[in-house]
Design a protein around this ligand. Sequence first.
Ligand code: PLP
Length: 419
Amino acid sequence: MSKRNPIEDLAHLRHEFGEHGGVNMSIEASTTFTVMDPETMPEMFAGRKGPDKGCYLYGRHFNPTVHNLGRQLAAMEGTEAAYCTASGMAAISGAVLGVCESGDEIVASNAIYGGSYALLHDFLPAKTGIKTTFVDITDLDAVAEAVTDKTRLLLTESVSNPTLRVANIPALAQIAHGKDARLMVDNTFSPLILRPAELGADIVVHSITKFISGSSDVIAGAVCGTEEFIGGLMDLHMGPLMLLGPTMDPGIASSVSLRIPHLPLRMAEHGKRAFELSKRLDALGLTVTYPGLENHPDHELFNTLRSAEYGYGGVFTIDVADAETANDLMSRLQNEQRFGYLAVSLGYFDTLMSCSGSSTSSELSEEEQESAGISPGLVRVSAGYTGTLEQRWAQLLAALNDTGIVDAYRTAENEIRSA
Ligand code: PLP
């Protein structure tokens, strides 16, 4: 797939210089904007003049700093436009409401972030009458069967949280488009690695909170799509983002914008660390899941879809069978070894670990977790890049040894030497 660095394609957007010639763009702190000619105001309200013509009306609608970040994300994802939101959930819910009317149906992956699952499974049917059928997104026959004439949206994560299955985006796009439905991909786990729109997706959403931010200090999101779709989200009468109002703060937009230039370096390093730790854990005979490993069911598929220079992603999982062992391992890793933090979320510069079944996937029932492949002892690890790899590996081995999961010191030496 595409070998070019999409961040370079957006360099000209970054070089929107600050007010006084600053190398960084200025933060536009105003919530309202003057017009020199009163005739311009109704033109803006009618949607005939907007940010593309340098006309701004009101901050919940468009703000120049937020708009600039949106253009950067659109360039990164290869879409015509993008809008930045106050959270990843705001992006997902806004985009879903931009596609679906009351009575429409959605087909969604059964392995998705718990908040997205609750939105589709509980909130939308109760509040809007929009119903979702959940399927194993890797079973393309099951997906095709689930899509009906009422389906308007097929929704998946590019790499699923927390099971790390990879969506066959071109095949899913074909199924959706064959039925007049749109394909929406949550690309939170794989920015730069995958460009879903290039592979056939109509809408791409992000939780910027994760890798794009990279510092676990910002909650933010984005919806990327056609000019028409993004414009519809901002419609004064029916636009879900305009009317529900989850816009991004300009200070956050500026801050995120300053992290985009090093996103390629960060993604590559997260990927290198996750790959190396997974390989070594796999060599110890642990149940480790990482799309970079040859034994991963979607390894070959991922190779055909990804931009290889950014790796296979920063997240891997270790299945230690039960929640008690998982908790023991994570608490030793945090409190004794200083390997990382027992905390939800991902994409941070330090390592984050959580037991998905009892945290970010707890919105799914036990049966739903089982059918999605989430075992009670599944530890999700978002690999950071602080410290050296060897320091982190020694800490991980020590904790594995202390929990009795593996006689790590003994086994590791043999296995790693032979690997
Ligand atoms: N999408 C995925 C894949 C996530 O993991 C999350 C949060 O964990 C979200 C969306 C929601 O993002 P936010 O917390 O920014 O609303």
